[in-house]
Design a binder for this molecule. Structure first.
Ligand code: AGP
Length: 622
């Protein structure tokens, strides 16, 4: 997610904004910039990379002004560069915009504006907002008398309001206009935006830490709301222009808590962000059912039609996402699919050729084994599609195309929201591959989309199990062994749940295909062994219940994931009920309580949840 800061007040804005952006650095970013209204004009300073680069620019070319915006960019559209760094302006330079989110229909808007002669300087979706606001302001000036100074603010408000009426997607946006030197207009839909109310000064931020040093009085904008910030405070409206009354909140968090959004750990914050990770990764990628992938990642969807087979490579959690993707590709697309850990693939005599498509999945895009495996695949002539969360990372530069997950920075070493993002991106890919290969009709494709768009809601329902999961964690936190079992698309979830538990609680945990128990692992079962059984709605539920009975008969301590209304588990003490979900999509929901189980057990054991021993967030060495 990008970092947003803004200031309207009596002081020089730049020191306040730079300090605010530094307080947001933990969120991760790849470029930064500022804009201020100075002497009736907008001035900008931007730099790629870290804030120190922007400080160097300011040292030689200071920026004055007491109405200003600042931004740290986490790239979603367009590589990290000065040209793509925010703030963005309209061609006249009179309107400056910063933005966090994704404008789904930015290409349509950009095409319309370009056809009318507009020139764009960046690859970003954000720039179209600056053009739209300027277009509305120009229309006012054409139709009405030259606006009087006291009309500038309402004019800017109305121009932003009308511009946002043309965009679809997620935004936290803030706008400056050179002719309205003491006002910032802001708006929010789906991305966070908070107003800080000081004494004779007003702040804007995407996250509380940015202005906590100046005021604890905050107003949280809700979706579809706008704010006009001036020195004396802020006024609030909805997108229809109706005035709103909003009650300020007093923030009691300290800074560390504020960085984690009030959660005790980044991992818990990121678990809770997973509905948005799913929504943001799906956003704008369904319709039209043909042509989305070409537009989104430049990929020729024909390759999905003609590829002989798919080879998926990844590590860790990303590997487990590929295992789920394999079931989807074979079930819905009918393409032979293999999955291999990158560390194995890179040293085997692979048989892939130019007729095969390689899909490399990685949150960081910097995992050494995955990069080496991709290098080998390309030497064999295969085309490579990356699924990645980090724009401009090494993997995205090595691959032929990248389908980005839009989860924002994932700071906890244990991957959670990135996993949901990877599954979501693979589901989007499967949809378009199935349509392309004709294994799904347009009607079936739309039915699949109808189910996919419900996943964030199902994840939200699963997150409500947190208290019940915590109660179970209290009972099992001291265990030294755990088994997780699942079948079909939930076998990878058993593996992923075991990885989550072992990497943050240091408990020896293993995931198994339920049908494998009798081939050895059942020897491990005794009255001390906790066994988590993924027994949600499935055509194989009866088989899974047999496996459950096998371990129950040997005294295992059972924890069961079940579907509301499915299966009679009255003799089982710990049953977590999940909403009814189509089996193929159930991995996106079933993993949620198991992530929370790992989190709570780790926390109860006093482990370092966010930075577990021996682990790094990105394994950039062999
Ligand atoms: C997952 O919780 C681990 N942190 C680890 O397995 C991780 O998924 C793996 O190292 C792959 O990282 P990547 O997605 O950045 O390539």
């Amino acid at each position: 997610m990008c970092g947003i800061v803004g200031y309207v007040g009596p002081k020089e804005a730049v020191p306040i904004l730079m300090d605010g952006l530094k307080k947001l650095e933990y969120r991760g970013y790849d470029s930064a910039g500022l804009a201020a209204v100075v002497g009736g004009a907008i001035e900008r300073r931007r730099a790629p990379g870290k804030l120190t680069n922007l400080e160097k620019v300011l040292a030689t070319d200071p920026l004055a002004g007491s109405t200003a915006l600042g931004h740290t960019r986490w790239a979603t559209h367009g590589k990290p560069s000065e040209e793509n760094a925010h703030p963005h302006t309209d061609p006249s330079g009179a309107v400056a915009v910063i933005h966090n989110g994704i404008i789904e229909n930015y290409l349509e808007i950009k095409d319309r504006l370009a056809a009318a002669g507009a020139k764009f300087e960046s690859e970003t979706d954000t720039e179209v907002i600056a053009h739209l606001v300027a277009e509305k302001l120009a229309q006012f000036q054409k139709t009405g008398a030259a606006p009087k100074p006291d009309l500038m603010e309402p004019l800017l408000f109305e121009a932003v309001r009308r511009a946002l009426g043309e965009v679809r997607g997620a935004y936290a946006v803030a706008v400056l206009w050179s002719k309205a030197p003491n006002v910032i207009v802001a708006a929010k839909t789906a991305s966070p935006l908070i107003i800080g109310l000081g004494e004779g000064e007003t702040f804007l931020a995407s996250d509380i830490p940015a202005f906590l040093a100046h005021t604890r009085k905050a107003v949280f904008l809700e979706d579809g709301e706008m704010a006009v910030l001036k020195r004396g405070g802020a006024t609030f409206f909805d997108l229809s222009g109706k005035k709103l009354v909003k009650t300020p909140t007093t923030i009691t968090w300290d800074r560390t808590m504020a960085e984690k959004g009030g959660y005790r750990h980044f991992m818990l914050k990121e678990i809770m962000e997973q509905p948005s990770s799913c929504e943001d990764t799906m956003r704008g990628r369904f319709f039209p059912l043909k042509g989305v992938l070409e537009r989104d990642c430049g990929m020729n969807a024909d390759i999905l039609k003609t590829t002989r087979s798919v080879q998926m490579i990844a590590c860790g959690t990303a590997y487990h996402a590929c295992l789920v993707g394999q079931y989807w590709l074979e079930t819905l697309v009918g393409v032979p699919t293999r999955v291999e850990t990158a560390s194995e693939f890179r040293y085997r005599e692979t048989t892939i050729t130019a007729d095969d498509l390689v899909i490399a999945v990685s949150q960081s895009g910097e995992t050494a084994d995955t990069l080496a495996a991709v290098k080998l695949a390309k030497e064999k002539g295969a085309k490579v599609l990356a699924v990645c969360n980090t724009v401009g990372s090494a993997l995205t530069r090595a691959a032929d195309w990248t389908l980005y997950t839009h989860c924002g920075p994932e700071l906890g070493v244990a991957s959670t929201k990135a996993f949901i993002g990877q599954l979501t991106a693979l589901a989007v890919l499967v949809l378009h591959a199935a349509i392309g290969r004709g294994t799904m009709t347009q009607t079936q494709g739309r039915a699949f989309v109808d189910e996919l768009v419900k996943v964030p809601g199902w994840i939200r329902a699963a997150l409500k199990l947190d208290a019940a999961v915590h109660k179970i964690a209290l009972k099992f936190a001291k265990k030294e062994h755990f088994l997780f079992i699942g079948r079909y698309v939930n076998y990878p979830i058993a593996l992923e749940a075991a990885l989550k538990l072992k990497e943050i609680s240091y408990i020896h945990a293993e995931g198994y295909a339920a049908g494998e128990l009798k081939h050895g692992p059942i020897a491990l079962i005794d009255t001390e062994m906790p066994v988590v059984v993924i027994a949600t709605k499935s055509r194989l539920l009866e088989k899974t219940l047999s496996s459950l009975q096998e371990v129950k008969a040997r005294g295992a301590q059972l924890i069961v994931l079940a579907t509301e209304g499915e299966g009679d588990f009255k003799d089982i003490e710990h049953v977590l009920r999940l909403p009814p979900v189509p089996e193929l999509l159930s991995p996106l929901v079933n993993i949620i309580p198991l992530q929370m189980l790992a989190y709570h057990i780790s926390d109860l054991r006093g482990c370092d949840v966010d930075q577990p021993r021996n682990l790094a967030k990105s394994v950039t060495v062999e």
